[in-house]
Design a protein around this ligand. Sequence first.
Ligand SMILES: *Cc1c(COP(=O)(O)O)cnc(C)c1O
Length: 385
Amino acid sequence: MSLLDHYAEQLDQLRQQGNFRQFRSNQQQGKTIEIQQQQMLNLSSNDYLGLASDLRLREQFFDETPNAQRLMSASSSRLLTGNFPAYEQLEATLTQLFHGRAALLFNSGYHMNIGILPALADAKTLILADKLVHASMIDGIRLSSAKYLRYRHNDLAHLQQLLTQYHADDNYERIIVVTESIFSMDGDETDLAALVALKQHFAKVMLYVDEAHAIGVRGQQGLGCAEQYGVIDAIDFLVGTFGKAVASVGGYLICDPIIRDYLINRMRPLIFSTAQPPICMAWTQFMLNQIVHMQAQRQHLAALSQSIQQGIQAKGFACPSTSQIVPVIIGDSTATVSKARQLQTAGFYVMPVRPPTVPQGSSRLRICLNTQFETADLTQLLDLL
Ligand SMILES: *Cc1c(COP(=O)(O)O)cnc(C)c1O
């Protein structure tokens, strides 16, 4: 028996369950995507503001950025020689946007989430995480030496109960509550104002909020749900990614300057990985300069999202979404895959999402909207559901 047989059998099992995954090569232009000669509307991208596909902006960026600043490698971590001015400029911009708080950049949202919690949380720390937080935060929690518990998704009453119980426990010097603002699979959101109000009753509690799907999309300047609900200053660890609406790459943390210094000294993915190319910092900076002025696009996206949420509910599906991420929960994986295929044949690139990305029995189509769509684009999609 070959050593590979074990893996081949596991793959066969995935195929039988309808859970086998593979890469597909594609060509993208504007709001469309082409796969195997088939042109479809791209309803699976995280490019929520349509910035990644905007050729005019790309040209403007390269026109404004001389060759001397087009640095394609940092050649080392920031603690060695990788700390180019573009890094400090971008952090200064974030500090200015986020009420003077400190900012720290990471190579990706994944690096950020697997690095911050292990650096901050020791055996005297309890982590309470929402049941549906992103895999990157779960991995970060597992890499830490903290004890952790999950609270029921978006159930602040359950969280309050756990806080009351554990806050009195002298084994814990601090409790870190970990959540997303907009959740990546259900498209629903945490009531951040209520979460902050809850935290204020417990002296040992710090909040860790991931705005991966809210940065660019929510708030007057697109700074996320924390801006929208006026709680930027009350969230101890406000994190997000530039890889989605910001149309770039990298993660960021908004925090106290003490935490920033501490992470620079203790966070392994920050210390032991080559920093991103400085040109990516310059591009992120250029994107943020656009995003703060994109109120009209944010309003359009919100209206579009509301209209499709209502349409899906009218078809009899449960729709937890309050955002641009709109799931159509079908349940069975094979049925979900076949529905996705039907929609793709009709010209709508909607992807099935299956376990282990979502809980067993909750396979779904995941529709991601962006500002390039109009309500009329989606009428036929709703009919096909
Ligand atoms: C996408 C995502 C990440 C990972 O960010 P990357 O920059 O893509 O590595 C982290 N958290 C959440 C909630 C995400 O959706």
